[in-house]
Design a protein around this ligand. Sequence first.
Ligand code: PAF
Length: 259
Amino acid sequence: MQSFARGCKRRGLRIAFVPTMGALHAGHLSLIRRARSAADVVVVSIYVNPTQFGPREDLAAYPRTFRRDATACRRLGADVLFAPAGLYAADHSTWVEETQQSRGRCGTSRPTHFRGVTTVVAKLFNIVLPDVAVFGQKDAQQCDVIARMIRDLHFPVRLIISPTTREPDGLAMSSRNRYITPAERARAPHFHRALAAAAKLGPSRAATEARRLLKRQGFRVDYAEVANGRLCAAIFLGKARLIDNVPVKGARSKSADDG
Ligand code: PAF
């Protein structure tokens, strides 16, 4: 992968990179399309990164749909599908840790998650050598953490944050939506609706109102918080933990797709 990337650079070709854990859905496909429009060569990676899962999380159960994913990548014109079998030596002992943006929100209930994400994304950047990397706005905190890592570690990578892809009823697309039952799926759109309604109240009231509305809908709320101009929340719905975020009216916000 690295020598292919170096070859691209020698020929003056720019690389756009979409890192994923597979189980590709319409949201990922929109990231690949965005990458296609941003550079000459598109690299998609599929790697279910063990270090970003906590000990009681869904690593073993995480959906793996490689053949379908590969077909989708080919159809969208991705040039390379990089799917390493493993990225960690048995005695791996080096970590990349961001210590500010990783705190709070998902970092509270998933204390080792972002360390796993920054470590694997740094590895992938060093292997794929991208000029541009495309991440989804749905993972707002991940975007904040990666933006900070790129800045702090001087990665020569431009970050493009691509808007969240939603089902027609507003539910944000996620690989973890597969975990919800039909009855839970029927309730799931209330998550986004509650956030959209609460965000209209502005930065000082949005989070309290979101918690109230989400509880009224019967969701178990992990958190609802305004961060970097967005109302971000996580809820539990059956076996799934779902996250979503929306811009808050009147708050200063970094826009999606700021590329
Ligand atoms: O967003 C994801 O799917 C993962 O966190 C990522 C960026 C591919 C790192 O494993």
